[in-house]
Design a protein around this ligand. Structure first.
Ligand code: FES
Length: 103
């Protein structure tokens, strides 16, 4: 499956994802991706991404812990997600995300 990623410099990339993985696990392996310091425990927010509007609605709703951590970020936007909480499914083939600024 394809994942479109815009890095922090505004450059667009296309990468390959694997169903069943967390989006963070794919982005973490990229030079221009995310740090994901906590490894997906919803405590670091370094996996923060903005999901393109046309894709945001296809994602399951945020759990409370994701919502709370996003709320603590200056860069939070309506389409913010923690990529460690987004599981890649076939429906998300072609998803487009932008890496959020470091905080
Ligand atoms: S990897 Fe730390 S919150 Fe997602």
């Amino acid at each position: 499956m394809k994942i479109h990623v815009t890095d922090r410099d505004g450059n667009a990339h296309e990468t390959e994802g694997t169903e069943g993985y967390k989006l963070m696990e794919i982005l973490r392996d990229l030079d221009y991706g995310v740090e994901a310091i906590c490894g997906g425990l919803v405590s670091c927010a370094t996996c923060h991404v903005y999901v393109a509007d046309e894709w945001a609605g296809k994602l399951p709703p945020r759990e409370d812990d994701e919502e709370d951590l996003l709320d603590s970020l200056e860069g939070r936007q309506p389409n913010s997600r923690l990529s460690c909480q987004v599981e890649l499914t076939s429906e998300l083939d072609g998803i487009s995300v932008t890496i959020a600024p470091e905080e």
